[in-house]
Design a protein around this ligand. Sequence first.
Ligand code: NAD
Ligand code: UDP
Length: 330
Amino acid sequence: MADKKTILITGGAGFLGSHLCDRFIAEGYKVTAMDNLITGDLRNIEHLFRHADFEFYHHDVSKFVHVPGKIDYILHFASPASPIDYLKIPIQTLKVGSLGTHNLLGLARAKKARMLIASTSEVYGDPTVHPQTEEYYGNVNTVGPRGVYDEAKRFQEAITMAYHTYHGLETRIVRIFNTYGPRMRLNDGRVLPAFIGQALRGEDLTVFGDGSQTRSFCYVDDLVEGIHRLLLSDYSGPVNIGNPSEITIGEFAEEIIKLTGTKQKVIYQPLPKDDPKQRQPDITKARKLLNWEPKVGRAEGLRITYEYFKSLPRELLFARDHKDFGSYIK
Ligand code: NAD
Ligand code: UDP
């Protein structure tokens, strides 16, 4: 029997990384997850530890990365992803996108592995083109609060493409649009866990600004399918993966109120600086190249995610965020 394919997944204890670990274990790969747990949680992958084809390294990928043995694929997903996370740890965010990516590209080269990086719709900044196609260069405030994330990701794309063109490395770039599902951190500040957490605690839902800004939410299983297809494709340019179904944040709050049956109301708080006013992926490329499109509608995806949040221990609901970045801030 041929050797099993091996895959290294950085950020493997995070929301998306843990779902990717599940998927590649199910596909029969040997999976190595690597994570420093700065925003992730071992509970997301603890069910995998008994699996013979799964291993975990507790490591910061912004420092030199060594993994023994062969590696066929690397998925680089390590990075804080929620605005409140990367505002709290801006330097680590810049480092994991730049130094971390450089380390992993070096590892990919040494192992002759194919590397896929998790880029983001944030490379488009506050977009002036709508919906966003991969050809749009974006509108990013480099020195604004979100610049640490957006520019790390833009650098990440640039160095990945340079390794592709200069070293001939096999690379893939996925631009991920807002994705949600089970294992999001209840208090990570992103809009969906924020609203559901507030509903479950009996608090009012905090809409930032007047709620007219839009997002397009993709259910995690659809995203994972798109990433799997992209990894195995032969296309090295950036590809948007997301669900084009767009909604205002005000309407989204109403959907959560209906879903949860909460008696609470919406309250309005100031819009954070540089918060993108609109966001919707143009997925023509993913449809054509990968024959991919999302299958899970928001009603179904939200229902599954709500069930997950309801199943969490109550103390988590009332705990302040379990993430204390203190020990990481140098
Ligand atoms: P997450 O915070 O749940 O996961 C990120 C993981 O990376 C965490 O487990 C964290 O501990 C780990 N990590 C961070 N810095 C690290 C370092 N230096 N070394 C090792 N591990 C480190 O966030 P997520 O939503 O799962 O996002 C995963 C990736 O997908 C990120 O790269 C993010 O930028 C990208 N992305 C996510 C979304 C989304 O909607 N969820 C959208 C666009 C892009
Ligand atoms: N948002 C909100 N209330 C919250 C959290 C977020 O109105 O409690 C808004 C936020 O201002 C943004 C949108 O919801 O317009 C999505 O925010 P999120 O942090 O989930 O992701 P982003 O797409 O901004 O990175």
